[in-house]
Design a protein around this ligand. Structure first.
Ligand code: SF4
Ligand code: SF4
Length: 219
């Protein structure tokens, strides 16, 4: 077993808000089943305008660290880089960041269909490095911590959120009618050209708590 603490310290020193190690062996497609550890890396979008650049740099640092130990790795691009159409973004089809985040205990899937961290809400951008290094894993989060809250479900203007609770034992449960959410593209001008309204992020109590904290840190 390889101690992951030095890797976590390195990435946090370079700007990561969260780093976790998950046993993702049950969630991997056949092509990459040998890479059974997921290094989940998150940065705070509220504090970092260039979160994609930062995440790519953090992935490179993780890759170097793992390679020096003599193990293989494969970086899945940051989630916020999803629409660039680069060759590397095809890797999304192989692996989902949500799996590494939940398996490494960094969050659960909220009723808004996004990773929720108890400290940062959905205000995070994510990247993952898969590896065959036998890194010591963190304890997975197995159930939703949304509780009775339904704010995002009730306020979604397109009725795109189903309102069910996620659990690790049913990771493919449909939480969001994505076609309804995307339908709002016709209203893009109202949302500053963003692909959707984002209300389900801003209204979440966990995200609101995080935004207040970020604002205080900026002052
Ligand atoms: S982005 Fe807007 S439309 Fe899409 S699920 Fe969230 S609240 Fe609903
Ligand atoms: S708004 Fe409430 S129900 Fe929706 S993701 Fe946040 S905590 Fe969960």
């Amino acid at each position: 077993m390889v101690d992951a603490a030095p890797l976590k310290q390195l990435l946090k020193k370079e700007g990561a808000a969260l780093v976790g190690i998950g046993d993702i062996s049950k969630a991997l497609p056949r092509e990459i089943r040998h890479l059974n550890r997921g290094v989940a890396i998150a940065v705070n979008r509220g504090l970092n305008k260039d979160s994609i650049d930062l995440l790519c740099g953090l992935q490179r640092s993780a890759e170097d660290w793992i390679r020096e130990l003599g193990f293989k790795n494969l970086s899945i691009p940051p989630d916020s880089d999803r629409r660039t159409g680069k060759l590397i973004t095809r890797l999304y089809k192989l692996f989902c960041h949500k799996t590494a985040a939940t398996c490494s205990g960094l969050g659960w899937i909220g009723k808004n269909g996004l990773i929720i961290n108890s400290r940062y809400g959905s205000q995070l951008s994510w990247a993952t490095v898969l590896t065959d290094a036998p890194l010591k894993t963190d304890k997975a989060i197995t159930d939703s911590e949304c509780g009775d809250c339904e704010l995002c479900v009730k306020h979604c203007p397109s009725g795109a959120l189903k309102g069910g609770k996620w659990s690790l034992s049913d990771p493919l449960k449909q939480m969001v009618y994505y076609d309804r959410c995307k339908a709002l593209k016709s209203n893009r001008q109202r949302f500053d050209e963003k692909p959707n309204c984002g209300l389900c992020v801003t209204i979440c109590p966990y995200s609101r708590k995080s935004r207040k904290k970020s604002m205080k840190e900026k002052i």
